[in-house]
Design a protein around this ligand. Structure first.
Ligand SMILES: [Zn+2]
Length: 208
């Protein structure tokens, strides 16, 4: 989000566009809704269709950041048939640091803004700076749940590092430092590439 603002390009979150497609009852949104309703994951071919529809909208012509997709090799291969991403940003952070950050973070129950007591505390204890909502922990952020998510990541998403490294599209960045420092290094890195397109595959390391 911050990077898209700085570069003046669109930030495409796959979670957001999926919710929008379902809400607007587009043909693909309706199909996706059936899977979500029955408690299943949205299949890759439907998800890629939703991504494709969004990326061909006018506001993406000048470039975009794709956030949260692809998460698996099959998704990455399908995406390559639609659009060749210029760069893929890999937020490199140790598993321990990842668990530490995710289990200590807090979230505004009203607007979803993320806080971290150590690196980004709210100005008023327990209240959101932006909307005044209550700040709570997420059930998803319990240590067991986080470990489980990291297992899924290692199995399904981590192979993408090799996949994008192979043809030189991977931009690794040390995410083990403070978030503001990560961000400034990221801006420098991306500007050197002169990209129209990029993507992050590890979204849990930099709490924005
Ligand atoms: Zn809030």
């Amino acid at each position: 989000m911050r990077l898209a603002d700085r570069l003046g390009i669109e930030h495409i979150s796959t979670g957001d566009i999926l919710r929008t497609a379902v809400k607007d009852k587009t043909p693909l949104g309706k199909k996706a809704h059936e899977f979500i309703n029955s408690g299943n994951l949205v299949p890759d071919d439907i998800m890629i269709g939703i991504v494709q529809e969004r990326l061909t909208e006018k506001d993406c012509a000048a470039g975009f950041i794709l956030d949260g997709f692809p998460r698996t090799i099959p998704q990455a291969e399908m995406l390559d048939d639609i659009v060749l991403l210029d760069s893929v940003i890999f937020f490199d952070v140790s598993e321990e640091e990842c668990v530490r950050r995710l289990t200590t973070r807090k979230i505004c129950s009203k607007c979803g803004l993320i806080y971290n007591p150590a690196t980004h505390p709210p100005l008023r204890e327990g209240k959101c700076d932006k909307c005044g909502g209550d700040i709570t922990s997420r059930a998803d952020d319990l240590p067991e749940t986080v470990r489980e998510r990291l297992k899924v990541y290692t199995k399904s998403t981590e192979p993408l590092v090799k996949f994008y490294k192979k043809d030189g599209r991977l931009l690794p960045i040390d995410a083990g430092v403070k978030p503001d420092e990560v961000f400034e290094n990221l801006v420098l890195l991306v500007k050197r590439q002169d990209p129209a397109t990029c993507l992050r595959i590890e979204d849990s390391s930099v709490g924005e």
